[in-house]
Design a protein around this ligand. Structure first.
Ligand code: NIG
Ligand code: FE
Length: 426
């Protein structure tokens, strides 16, 4: 919980406003030239120009002790809120590099999975893993994310698919969160219905029973997750099965999320909207009717352009149509060992711009304030305004648009979490 003053930023982009941002609000950047900020006790106290902040400091006799503030000169740099990554599968072990070649030879993602590869391969690795080692590996991944500017992240389970391993994975996420405490906010999601495990191949009904009657109650009782997600997809879980799981979860106090329309439109989005899911994620093949429904709802669209890119889906989510229709749009890395192995939110912003047509301001809002809203943290993180967490990134660039323009490199100079400097570029 630090006391920090930053002055002389070339630009300070606040991303302020009531989340989620839609339409014009999403595309209009709020930029303070020669920006400055005061963070007291980890919380943003004032945002303004350097002149305004200096004036407040000169007359702010109510500040405890000026000596207790660290002051940073951000000359030549851009300050933005810490990035929020609202959809990851970052708790895993074992790699699947061989699948890259299979996919490049034209083998579909779902076919690899049907043959026991894909998600099911990682399930084997995670079932065999020691909880502490899994936590340590996840923590290392969190630190890599931090070095790329992410200060809040959602992590899903879903590589256990049996009660004990799902609980082990969620405990590993909780341990990694403790290791990263004060540097990163971690939000856990239970994704027991990520794939049908091999041992239930001919008993899918029983697996849904297991998720509803055993896994959800135990996860909720142990308070190991805030959300429940389902991979609702042709050949994975049907809309009906997903609806049953998410209803059960909702009654147990886990708010619904849904993997929807990634490969096929199979009714997932309807389930999400009907159950007032916090977010519907992927939405690669969502139809104009689906977009209209989403725009009318409180459900946030979480788009994963890195996954569309790596799966060579031949298209990206129809983000432009979604934004123009008034949908709340956020973006995430989807960081996982199969369909998209990246920890980088800046790269995801670049792909959102060049793949989906988001403007730099839209991409930044989608990666901060709207991403925070997609994990129900829109009141706490995702923007630089009075009363919110002092989470920010100092970027070594002349203009915030370099976030997408100068892509594929790390421009993060410093990361601040709750007013404490938690990462400095080597
Ligand atoms: O969001 N779609 C399902 N799950 C992940 C992939 C996980 C994996 O391949 O291991 C996704 O793309
Ligand atoms: Fe996913």
């Amino acid at each position: 919980m630090g006391n920090l003053i930053i002055k002389n930023a070339r630009q300070l982009v606040t991303c302020a406003g009531v989340p989620p941002k839609r339409g014009l609000d999403l595309s209009t950047p709020q930029i303070i030239e020669d920006g400055a900020i005061i963070i007291q006790g980890g919380i943003v106290d004032m945002v303004g120009t350097t002149e305004e902040i200096e004036d407040r400091l000169a007359h702010g006799h109510w500040y405890e002790d000026p000596e207790e503030f660290t002051t940073i000169d951000a000359s030549g740099q851009v300050v933005v809120p810490g990035f929020v990554d609202p959809h990851t599968h970052a708790c895993f072990t074992g790699h699947r590099h061989q699948e890259v070649e299979w996919r490049l030879q034209g083998k579909p993602y779902l076919e690899i999975m049907a043959e026991g590869g894909g998600i099911l391969r990682t399930v084997q690795h995670v079932r065999d893993a020691d909880e502490g080692a899994l936590a340590e590996e996840t923590y290392q991944r969190l630190m890599l994310m931090l070095s790329l500017g992410t200060t809040t992240v959602e992590i899903k389970s879903g590589y256990g698919l049996d009660t004990e391993t799902e609980l082990k994975q969620l405990r590993a996420i909780a341990k990694a969160a403790v290791m990263a405490e004060e540097r990163m906010t971690v939000v856990p999601t239970f994704l027991g219905a990520h794939a049908l495990p091999v041992e239930f191949r001919d008993r899918r009904e029983q697996f849904i029973d297991l998720v509803c009657k055993e896994m959800i109650p135990r996860v909720a009782e142990a308070k190991l997750a805030r959300f429940c997600d389902v991979f609702c997809e042709t050949g994975v879980f049907t809309a009906e099965e997903s609806s049953r799981i998410l209803r059960t979860a909702k009654e147990a106090g886990l708010r619904p999320k849904i993997h929807a329309d990634e490969i096929d439109e199979c009714g997932a989005l309807d389930v999400g909207v009907e159950l007032e899911a916090v977010s519907a994620d992927h939405l690669l093949v969502t139809s104009p009717e689906g977009i209209a429904k989403l725009a009318d709802s409180e459900t946030c669209a979480v788009l994963l352009p890195g996954t569309a890119f790596c799966l060579q889906a031949g298209r990206f989510a129809p983000a432009r149509q979604m934004i123009d229709a008034g949908c709340a749009v956020a973006i995430a890395t989807d960081c996982n060992p199969g369909s998209c192995y990246t920890e980088s939110m800046p790269l995801t912003m670049g792909l959102a711009a060049f793949g989906m047509g988001l403007t730099p301001a839209e991409a930044l809002h989608a990666a901060t304030i709207n991403a925070a809203h997609a994990i129900a943290l829109g009141d706490e993180v995702g923007s630089l305004e009075d009363g919110k967490s002092g989470d920010l990134v100092l970027l070594e660039m002349p203009d915030y648009r370099h976030l997408v323009y100068h892509f594929g490199i790390n421009q993060v100079g410093m990361v601040v979490k709750k007013g404490e400097i938690v990462h400095v570029r080597d």
